[in-house]
Design a protein around this ligand. Sequence first.
Ligand code: PMP
Length: 389
Amino acid sequence: QPVCECNPCYGGPRCSEFLRDSCVANAVSGDPIFLEPYWMKHAASSAVLVSGWHRMSYIYTDGSYISEVLEKHIRKLHAHVGNAVTDGRYIIFGAGSIQLLNAAVHALSPNTSSEPPAKVVASAPYYAPYRTQTEFFNAVDYKFAGDTSLWKNNTSDNATTFIEFVTSPNNPDGKLNKAILHGPNVKAIYDHAYYWPHFTAIPAPADEDVMLFTISKLTGHAGSRLGWAVIKDEAVYQRMLEYIDVSIMGVPRETQLRALKLLNSVLEEGEGREIFKFAYKTMRNRWERLNNTLSLSKRFSVQKIAPQFCSFFQKVRGPSPAYAWVKCERQEDKDCYSVLKAANIDGRAGSVFSADDHYVRLSLIKSQDDFEILLDKITKLVAEEKGAR
Ligand code: PMP
């Protein structure tokens, strides 16, 4: 049977036949394509046309690499959503927030060789680049030092700086994490990539010393590569700025222009509420359907997130996380990734997040087709379990 070029799950003369058995559900990456239909509906208000002569210079007219008007829009959006305090804070841009992870680690590390290298830590399950980047750059002023729990009662040695990555909501399990380490020599980098009403209730504006956000998980434009950091301390801001200046001389002007157009549209459509309503509705629907299916299973479970009051929607709302953090409950299923793969479900193994391989992350933020295929496979797997009993 001919397989459709566009999607191996469909075949037949007009790609209208669902090839259930040969099709593999791809739930691997965190590509936020679920927002594509929203932008199709708002194609005109979000379109950009850049003339050949426009913004050719390295710099903006004020001599900086940062668009002042984009920065203002970002502050306005945070105030509107109520998810972060930006008044009196510095903002810098990076090529995706992934670049700002290391910029922040650099800026919070000691900048004298007389101090020992900072210990960089994160709490499993955590987003792998915290470790992989820190190890890859192999710097003299910081080292990756494993799981945060190893250092919980052990930070009083004043000579060493600790840099704790805190992801809230967490990738992969959606929890609103808080820093575990405390003390005068402890610094935290709060990664708030998913702290938008799409994926979580917003209990209060975040107000930490170093906070990272990204357009990838806000508008879904992961390919534009724009992240930003909101920073309290001027010296930390200067060191992060230097990192960006030295490495890339600022984020591309086209990216900043596109982001401005997108944020403008976000703030205008439906009095700045439409994208959040769409995103929450989509993610909530996916979560409810997945949860209902998995609730029939004894072999697989998924993380529990309690309903919570959201200051943006002004009501208690149910969970709508970006990822399902699935656990294979049977002791013998210690390679949960392979268990799901055998059922044609491709996820990301727990060990990628420095967690147990009884866990697998399934992405829920891809296209509707990807989600429907995933749910179909899971439904089949759970039904087989029932039949076997
Ligand atoms: N932090 C977290 C927790 C993420 O999941 C991601 C992307 N998956 C990033 C940061 C990086 O996002 P980007 O570089 O696209 O801004």
